[in-house]
Design a protein around this ligand. Sequence first.
Ligand SMILES: [Zn+2]
Length: 109
Amino acid sequence: MPELFFQVQGPQGRPYEIMIRKIGKNMTATCTCSAGVDDICQHRINILSGSTQEIIGTNADDVKKVVSWIAGTDVGKAMHHMVESIKLLENAQEDFNSARKRLVKALKD
Ligand SMILES: [Zn+2]
């Protein structure tokens, strides 16, 4: 079972521990930080996105392995959905901004 562990800098010099495991099409990623319990923390997002900048320790190169595991997994599908949702949200924000400008202009003339 492929499983990797990382450490990132935590408060008062105590690192957070991140575990990432892949079994078939299921990936699991846990982090010991407070956001890691019931939400998405930036530590895992960074690693899943290929960033090594916060990693302390000597295995930052293993992040490439994690990234190679993502395609076709539940985490990969969920990440893809998040990216698509962000694009929709950005488009909706642009539409809203345009609509608002039209209303401002319409109110003036
Ligand atoms: Zn975390």
